[in-house]
Design a protein around this ligand. Structure first.
Ligand SMILES: NC(=O)c1ccc[n+]([C@@H]2O[C@H](COP(=O)([O-])OP(=O)(O)OC[C@H]3O[C@@H](n4cnc5c(N)ncnc54)[C@H](OP(=O)(O)O)[C@@H]3O)[C@@H](O)[C@H]2O)c1
Length: 266
């Protein structure tokens, strides 16, 4: 994908996050062999420069800073993009979170504007970081109680994800969507990634998720997939991941219950 006469323009949202950083690192490395133009949205450029100090001096990389609700910034990021990568999101169970809805609304508004005003505009493909919890085939392997605990402990960011995802999926005249649906995200070294449409393991490291994202984006053979799971090859180590998963479920349930109590009193 992408050659010197016809570079591939990739717009990236979420580049400063755990998944986004790995993706940007891989794409920068791929720029040597593939003709890729990266257009990166950030809300805080300083944070991106902490991770990639010389990124602004690189050829074919442009960085756009602003609010996610600022359609002009989002339009500049999306300008001429054939591929959009979105790894925006929130992991903590914070009531009212709407990062993904804001991102989806701005992306849709920008594409509507391009479609109406640019004769040569072409529909891009969006690779959206979603969750295995919302893939019926993947979730069917989970015990029902565990599935309920996970949905409840992350109820607020999941509500944001589901609303944003629905808006994007229904906008078929503006974009095609591939949902990347990983299991639990873990900050550890990679053990190799697995891309699978039938099942996922218990966990995926950010390293493996980022590498898989790049493979999915850069290999056109994957571009007809609507939803795909990504796991680490050694992502089934239950005893290794259980303490971290239980810790997150505990604090997520705590936030969910506290919100219910205060919401019912209000
Ligand atoms: N935790 C899990 O086990 C799990 C499992 C499956 C799927 N997921 C999904 O993974 C996603 C989180 O991925 P991650 O861990 O890579 O996220 P992350 O490290 O928290 O990064 C989130 C990104 O979103 C940006 N962002 C957050 N709020 C923003 C705002 N108001 N305006 C603009 N940008 C904003 C952050 O920018 P800054 O750097 O400036 O903050 C960062 O670039 C969630 O959507 C979740 O549903 C999580």
């Amino acid at each position: 994908m992408g050659d010197s006469s016809n570079p591939c323009t990739i717009a990236i949202f979420g580049a400063t996050g755990h998944t986004g950083r790995v993706i940007v690192r891989h794409l920068l490395a791929q720029q040597k062999s593939k003709s890729l133009r990266l257009q990166i949205y950030v809300r805080n450029k300083g944070r991106l420069l902490d991770f990639f100090p010389d990124i602004e001096s690189k050829r074919d990389v442009r960085v756009f800073q602003g609010l996610l609700t600022d359609t002009e910034v989002v339009k500049r990021t999306l300008s001429a993009a054939q591929i959009i990568i979105c790894t925006l999101g929130e992991n903590d169970n914070i009531p009212g979170v709407r990062i993904l809805q804001d991102g989806a609304n701005s992306i849709i508004a920008s594409l509507e504007d391009f479609k109406a005003n640019q004769e040569d505009w072409q529909k891009p493909r969006l690779f959206l970081l979603s969750s295995s919890t919302f893939n019926a085939r993947f979730a069917a392997d989970r015990p029902p109680l565990v599935h309920w605990l996970i949905k409840t402990a992350f109820s607020h960011p999941y509500a944001d994800l589901i609303k944003a995802q629905a808006r994007l999926l229904e906008s078929t005249s503006l974009l095609s969507v591939t949902l990347i649906q990983p299991p639990v995200l873990i900050d550890e070294e990679g053990t190799g990634h697995e891309i699978n449409t039938e099942s996922v393991r218990l966990a995926v490291s950010y390293e493996d998720l980022g590498a898989a994202f790049c493979e999915l984006v850069l290999e056109e053979q994957y571009h007809n997939l609507n939803a795909v799971g990504v796991s680490s090859k050694q992502g089934d180590r239950v005893l290794r991941y259980a303490p971290e998963i239980l810790r997150r479920i505990f604090w997520g349930m705590y936030a969910h219950i506290i919100h219910l109590i205060f919401h019912s009193k209000a």
